[in-house]
Design a protein around this ligand. Structure first.
Ligand SMILES: [Zn+2]
Length: 68
């Protein structure tokens, strides 16, 4: 439980690209919903901060299912 909380905090504090997992991303304005948008300098991938966090959580859940 403690381990999980720590990794969640790290993601919200440290943005990385969904596609190439590099942290070489820049802010790219905001969406209509006023969410921060990011742009990856490595692979030119655009994504939203909130979406990154949810995708990461989903990935963890999948790993847990595979392990059990
Ligand atoms: Zn990328």
């Amino acid at each position: 439980m403690n381990k999980n909380t720590t990794s969640c905090f790290r993601v919200s504090d440290d943005i990385f690209c969904l596609r190439c997992k590099e942290k070489n991303v820049v802010k790219n304005g905001r969406t209509k919903n006023n969410k921060q948008q990011y742009y990856c300098k490595i692979c030119s991938y655009r994504f939203i901060e909130n979406y990154t966090y949810q995708a990461y959580k989903a990935d963890i859940n999948q790993n847990i299912i595979q392990l059990t």
